[in-house]
Design a protein around this ligand. Sequence first.
Ligand code: FES
Ligand SMILES: [Fe+2]
Length: 375
Amino acid sequence: MTWPPAPLDPDELAGVVRPFGASRMLPARAYTSAEVLGWEHRHLFAGTWSCLGRLAELPAQRGATVGDVPVLLTRTGDEVRAFANTCRHRGHELLPDGGSADGRVVVCPYHGWVYTVDGALAAAPRFRDVPGFDPAEHGLVPLPARVWHGWVFVNATGDAPPFEEYAGALTELVAPYAPDRLTLAARHSYEVRANWKLLHENYQECYHCPRIHPELCAVSPPDSGDNYDLPGAWVGGSMDLRDGMATMSVDGRSGGVPLPGVDQRRVRYLALLPDLLLSLHPDYVMTHRMRPVAPDRTRVECSWLMPGGVADPTYAVEFWDRTNRQDWAACESVQRGLASPHFRPGPFAPNEDAVHQWVTLVGRAYRGDPPWAGG
Ligand code: FES
Ligand SMILES: [Fe+2]
C-alpha cells in the first residue's frame, strides 16, 4: 500500500531522504502550509495509529477527532470499540469532539436514532413501517481500536496494519514500566506556537541541551546514551543519569518510588508516530500527547504517571515543566525562523542521528511510503 504524495515539491524532499550525513531538514512548507497539514491529518494521523489518551480516563462514550476523521469511542469495562462518528441516517456526529456520555446506548442528537455500544442500530423513530428498511444495514462503521499499556489507540481510516506490527519492538521496550498499572499523578496542557513536527525533532536530540537546559544537564550528561534502531513506527533513544542522581528532577532526587524491574540508571525517550512521546524514568512515566491545531500551533497534553500512593509528584512536574517551557520557546523560535524567506533546510550534526531517523520517516511518508513500509 502507498499513500498519495504530500503537496510538496519532490525536489525539496530529495534532500531529506538522503543518508545521514548528507541529508537535510524538511522544507519550510512542511511546517507552514495548511495544505501539508491537511495531508498529514488524513495520512499521518487518521491513516496510522493515533493515541486517544488513557483507558482509565475514558468514559462510556466519547467523541474525538483523529486527524480529519471524527471518531466515536465506546467503552464496556476494559473493552474499547471505535466507530466512525457519523450517524447512518444523515451523518450528524453522535458526540461532538471531546464530548462524552454515559449510558448503554448511543443516541444521535439530530433525529434520535439509537445504537448499541457495539454499533448496531437499535431504533430508528418512524422507520418501523418503512418497507424494505433493514436496521442491520445501518450499523455504525467500525474502526480498529487497541488498548496498549493503558493507552487507547485508533486507526481512523481503517487501513493501517495491526497495532502490534505498527509498534514493533516498542511494546517490549515499554513493558517493564507497566504503565497500565500507573496512575495519573499530574497533567499540564500547553499550546505551543510551533508545528507539531518541530516538537518531535526537538525531542530527538540533546545537541541543544547545553545551551537551553541547565537543570537537565545537571542530572543527565547531554552527550550520553544511544539511539534505538528497531522495528516499528517510532524513533527514540536513552540517556544516562549522572552518578548520585536517582531521576530527572531539579536536585536529582526522587520523591517517588523506583519502578520494580526497570533500569535505574537510564531514561528512555521514545516517540511513537504520530502523536505520543513516552519518557520512561526509573520512578515515573511522562507522556506528551500532541495535537496539531494549525500549521504553527500544537496542543500538548503532558501527563505524569506514577505508582498509586506517591504523595507528591512535584519533584518530577517542576523539573519537566521548566524543561518543557525551555523546549517550547526554542520550537517557537524555530517556527518563526523557518517562516522567513531566507530559511534554507540545514544539515544535521553527528549527534542528531535520531532527528535524521525521524525526518526520514516523515520524508518517505510525504513521498507516499507509509511508516510501516520500511526501506
Ligand atoms: S442524522 Fe442521526 S438521526 Fe438523523
Ligand atoms: Fe529539550
